[in-house]
Design a protein around this ligand. Sequence first.
Ligand SMILES: Cc1cc2nc3c(=O)[nH]c(=O)nc-3n(C[C@H](O)[C@H](O)[C@H](O)COP(=O)(O)OP(=O)(O)OC[C@H]3O[C@@H](n4cnc5c(N)ncnc54)[C@H](O)[C@@H]3O)c2cc1C
Length: 291
Amino acid sequence: MLAPYCESESAEPIVQQLGLRGLELWQQFDPTLEVRGTLVLASQRDKAELDRYARMTEGHEPLYGPAIPHLEPLLGERFQYGLYFPDEAHMAPRNAIDRLIGALRSLNVDLRFSSPVPEPLWLAASAGGLVIDCRGLGARSGKIALRGVRGEMAVVYAPALTLTRPIRFLHPRFPIYIVPWGRGLYMIGATMIESESHASVTIRSTLELMTSACRIHPWFLDARVTELSIGVRPAFDDNIPKIGIEGKVISVNGAYRHGFLLAPALAEIVADHLEHGLGLPKELVLRDTYE
Ligand SMILES: Cc1cc2nc3c(=O)[nH]c(=O)nc-3n(C[C@H](O)[C@H](O)[C@H](O)COP(=O)(O)OP(=O)(O)OC[C@H]3O[C@@H](n4cnc5c(N)ncnc54)[C@H](O)[C@@H]3O)c2cc1C
């Protein structure tokens, strides 16, 4: 999801600010990017959650009754109230990565996969190069104090469902979202667990994700599970990404739950620094990175 407004429900203002720029840059990179907005829903019982979400965010309009099936006909009259964030976008992330790789190859960039970078980084830089270190948790050191936040997700195949935009379902204990990835696939995500375990998805998380998905629409009961997987998000203690500059080694890290959204904006800040000597936004400065 490229959702700068929705994410600001639990993020600092800089995340929305960078996210809006990130979204703009994704659109420039890929004019076919789906900008169909985000639909935020809650059951009648949890209407207070929706009111709270509306207070915490910008960029939305309220939806009542028939306005919801007007956007997503499949939902019919299942929900009475919602919020619509019309300017947000979504994409199937693996396709997006493939497109980025294609774009880099067409610029003759030498890409190497499964190749650990040589340590120490400053040695590589001292040979005349510039190192931009984006190793996520792999970059952790005494100075780069990252933690991991585990996220579990499911991908299901449900060709009968015709949802066209991300749906966030608010719930006091089990909030989830569903993102259409195209060709009948839906990503259901994601847990937020303070853990760096790469162990496989638990039954508890599977049940939470699947049960909430079926509350959005019971046809998810007949969906085929094609994937259950996990990722560990790199995060600093304030959940704001940081850029550290030590001579010719630049660290960009801590994108937390916004890596796809923020990456283009973070890259632009680094490029502006290198090409035009521009300073970094103060919230993003990581000091004493590689001393
Ligand atoms: C379930 C889930 C759903 C998410 N949904 C969204 C979303 O909708 N929108 C969004 O914007 N973000 C989303 N995120 C967050 C996003 O995925 C992360 O913010 C992002 O992955 C962070 O990117 P990164 O490149 O900084 O770090 P990582 O993704 O951790 O990548 C670091 C890379 O460095 C490599 N590496 C580490 N050490 C070395 C080494 N020594 N040598 C070479 N390579 C090394 C690793 O193998 C890895 O490939 C989601 C995350 C999860 C887990």
